[in-house]
Each structure stands twice: as C-alpha cells, then as structure tokens.
Ligand binder design. Sequence first.
Ligand code: EAX
Length: 323
Amino acid sequence: MRRAAFLLICTLAAGGLASASAQTTIKLGYATTPTSHYGVGSNAFCEEVEKRTSGRYKCQQFPGSALGGEREMIEAVQLGTLDIVNTSTGPVGNFVPEVNIVDIPFLFRDYDHARRVMDGPIGDDLRAKFPAKGLIALAWTENGFRHMTNSKRPIVKPDDAKGLKIRSMQNKVHMQAFQSIGIQPTPMAFPELFGALQTGVVDGQENPIPVILSAKFSQVQKHLSLTGHVYSPALLIVSPALWNKLSDADKKAFTEAGKAASAAQRKKVNDDERDGIAQLRAGGMEVVTAVDNQAFRNAMTPVWADFAKQFGAANIRQIQEFK
Ligand code: EAX
C-alpha cells in the first residue's frame, strides 16, 4: 500500500515536471530555399507559433525539398510523419479534387482578386473539404502568377510555345490547358526540375518570379515570357495527428500564425515581382514583357468548356465575379 502511494507520487511528480517544461518540435517542409517566399512565410509562421504558445511549440524546418516533392510532403502530412507543409496547390487536387478549380488558367485578374477570393468564403469552403481527406488546411499562403521560361526561343504568342516540351506540375488542369495550345506537358516533381532543364530533358518550365529567382533557373534557361497564365495559390497544410492534439487556445495560436505566414509570404511575392525581373535580366535572361496575353486567353478558351463541366460553370463564374 505504502509502496503504491510512493509510486503514485513519483508518477505525478514526473508528469507535472514533464508538462511544465513540455516542448513539442513541429516539422515543417517546403520546396524552395530558406530565403524564398516560402521561407519568409514559414519563418513568420514559426516565430508566431513559438511566441503565442510561450515556446511550448517550436519548428524544425526542412526547406529545399529536403523531404521530397510537394506531393510526397502532402502524403507525409496525411500519414503524420510530417506535421506541416507549406505547398503550392500544384499536386493538391490529387488529394482534394475540388481545389483544382483555382488552378484554371486566366481565372484571376490580378493578385488583389486572387487574394480576396482565397481569403473569402470561396477559399474557406475549399479549406473545409480537407479534413475528410485527412488534412487540415490552415491558411492560404501564396506562390504567385506563373510565367513561362524556355531554352529555345522568345514566347510572345501561343504559337511560339507550340511543340515545346514544358515541365508541368502534377496537375491535370494545367496539363489540359497546356495541351490545348500545343505544348507537350511533362509532369515532374519540383526537385527534379533543375536537372531536367540542365540536361535538356525538357525545353522549359513555368513558375512564379520568386521561384524562378530562388531556384536560379536563369542559369539553365535563356528566355522568360511574362505570360502570367495562371495564379498559383499555396497553403499551409497541418497533419490531423498534430491538430487533434492541440487545445482550443493552441489551435487559435496556430490559426493566427497562419495569417502571419500568409501576409509575410505575399509581401515577399510582391517584393520579388517588383525587383525580380531586373535580377533575372542581370543573370542573363532575355525577358519578353509584351506577351500577347489575349491570344493565350483565346487559345485556351476551348478547354474552358470542359472546366465548366468538371467544376460547374456557376462556381467558375462566382470566382470570376467575386469583388
Ligand atoms: O511551390 O512545383 C512547382 O513548380 C512549384 O511552383 C514550386 O515547387 C513551389
């Protein structure tokens, strides 16, 4: 009896000690470099989580695709072997098909329109689809409007892109749109892309300015065309294994940190949009700014009929008309 009481006291004491100093390290991964927009956003998230939980939660970050491509990281978050990923929506439609609607080319007019949609009721409804797939969509961050680069020729109009082998994300909406203008899309995970460009496995790729800059694609691509053909949203996805352990107060802390990440990441995208083109020119790229965007839009119109079938014409219109 006495011995049992003694053991009980020891157990309680140890438990008390453990919880007083309990610190959980959360693993967070992303594709690009620590100084890129994803790095800036992820740092903001981690600082805010640490501050708001008085250091009970700290991050260990895995930048530079150290844990694999975005698709693999999302799978790891689903399994609970990775706590958080800051990822583009590129491969997300393979997990939550409804999300593919925001990957439709020429859907958003500009950054302001895109950010309003993602942060408003439409973006909230999309985030609400994630838990059924074993994922928690914490906040929309941002990758940016995507532009084409290639090693062959300047692209001004869709015809110039015809026949080029362009790496695409593992995203069927993008692939369908590219095929419609005669591009041969080659789906590939981001970590393989630099090498594929270098060895000429593909002629080109498309990505936002912050990615083209941070991945140093100017070293392996001559031509950049500001096609801005599609907005690339990004988001912080949390593993339910972590999320379901959080107290309500900690969930609130994580949610607020998600907002801080979003603001910081978008600010870095703005900065790169402002300064990046000059840097890429200095790095040797030839930049076509006078792209015939209307011609690209028109050339992709036929596949819009199919997107309307897939996602509902009313849903697409709701995004286009969102103020
Ligand atoms: O999310 O795969 C891609 O091209 C993405 O834009 C990049 O990894 C950043």
